[in-house]
Structures are given as structure tokens and as C-alpha cells.
Design a binder for this molecule. Structure first.
Ligand code: URA
Length: 217
């Protein structure tokens, strides 16, 4: 509003509506630290998974994302293409995001592990321990408003617990020293096998949308 019209409103005794919130600005991701991290992941040989990989899978999306999605580990297609969630489960994840008005490029998608475990087996404790140093740095650099853990492996690692996934839903948890809010939902690969639970995942996504709408950046 310009100063002239502002003056007339003052004269008329009309109180202007002003947002109580500061203008939204995303934290600035340190570009050189990000590129260094990407390069380190690309050449990582810290565990035996490097022997079977075609590509490392660093993650994809916006470094300014307010929502970061954390899955488990690359599968066959992700290993081939070097991008997370591009197979059937990935297509479902993209549709899940679309249901709350988000595109893949609006969020950042990463995994607990950056390399594919053989035959898509569960990540082993030593692999998780080694590889998650990268994820920790990604979260610290992006500083998202909200983390969405998809599936048991990601949820249990991020929350340092062994509770069943079902019991972790419908709650705002907090991750790490930053106390970043965290929501848990089903893994899309599980939902492909158990489509009856899609409605519960949809309700988790509504919860995500609500939480994001109140996040002040
Ligand atoms: N499942 C995951 O957890 N991550 C992927 O990137 C693909 C499938």
C-alpha cells in the first residue's frame, strides 16, 4: 500500500489488515557444502554396498524445500537412474504428493542409504550407521520445516526407536538436535501391496499439509 492511501485510511480511522507473520523466506542452503557433499557421496566406498551399485542416489528436489521426504534405500530403478523413488513405489509417492498440491520439485526426497542393497534386502545396522552421516548433513543444510518418514526403516532410524510403524503415525515427533517436526506414514511400496491402507496414508498426508500450512519460514 502506498503512503497516500495509507494516510487516507489513517484519517478515516480504518485499521489496516497486516499479516502477523514475517515474510516467508526459506533458509539459504550453503551451495559449496552441498556440492562437496554430493561429490563425497558419489565416490563413497565406506561400506560394501559400493561394490554392487550402478549409481549412488544422493536425493532429488529443492534445496529450499520446506518438506523433506525420507525413504529407505534405492531399488533397482533408482540404482539404474541415480534418482530416488522412480519405480512403481516412486510413481505412487509422486501421486501422494500431488494429492496435497505438491510436485516432486517442491520437496526434497532422500533415502537412509545412498546405495542399493543386494536384492533390495533391508539395510543392515552398520550400513545405516555409516551412510546416515550424509543424510544428517543433508537435513542440516536444507533445514526443512517438516520431515516425512516413509516406512518403518526410515521412521525407526530417525526417531531412534523400534516401535511398529502403526504406533508412530498421527503424531508430530521431533528429529535430532534441531528438533525438526517429523511425521510418519506408510512406505509407498507397502501401499502397493496393501492398497486398503491407502486411505490412512491419505489422512497422514492431510496431516502433513496442515502442518506445512502453519510453518513460518
Ligand atoms: N524405496 C525407497 O525407500 N527409496 C527409493 O528410492 C525407492 C524405493
Amino acid at each position: 500500500m502506498n503512503t497516500i492511501s495509507s494516510h487516507y485510511l489513517d484519517e478515516l480511522g480504518i485499521i489496516r489488515w497486516e499479516s502477523r507473520y514475517a515474510p516467508q523466506t526459506a533458509p539459504v542452503c550453503d551451495e559449496s557444502a552441498w556440492e562437496n557433499l554430493k561429490e563425497t557421496v558419489k565416490h563413497c566406498r565406506q561400506c560394501s554396498l559400493h561394490q554392487g551399485r550402478t549409481n549412488t542416489v544422493f536425493g532429488v528436489g529443492s534445496q529450499q524445500a520446506s518438506l523433506m521426504i525420507i525413504g529407505e534405500a534405492p531399488g533397482f530403478h533408482e540404482d539404474q537412474q541415480g534418482e530416488p523413488f522412480v519405480g512403481r513405489a516412486g510413481q505412487l509417492l509422486t501421486a501422494m504428493l500431488k494429492s496435497i498440491g505438491l510436485r516432486r520439485e517442491d520437496v526434497f526426497i532422500a533415502n537412509i542409504l545412498k546405495c542399493r542393497p543386494p536384492d533390495n534386502r533391508d539395510p543392515q545396522a552398520d550400513e545405516i550407521q555409516t551412510c546416515t552421516a550424509f543424510l544428517t548433513q543433508q537435513i542440516a543444510l536444507i533445514q526443512p520445516d517438516l520431515l516425512l518418514a516413509v516406512g518403518r526403516i526410515a521412521a525407526q532410524y530417525l526417531l531412534n526407536c523400534s516401535s511398529p510403524l502403526k504406533s508412530l503415525r498421527n503424531t508430530i515427533h521431533h528429529y535430532g538436535e534441531s528438533q525438526t517436526p517429523l511425521i510418519v506414514t506408510y512406505h509407498p511400496a507397502y501401499l502397493l501391496r496393501s492398497p486398503a491402507d491407502k486411505k490412512m496414508a491419505f489422512s497422514d498426508l492431510q496431516f502433513v499439509r496442515k502442518k506445512l500450512s502453519t510453518a513460518v519460514r
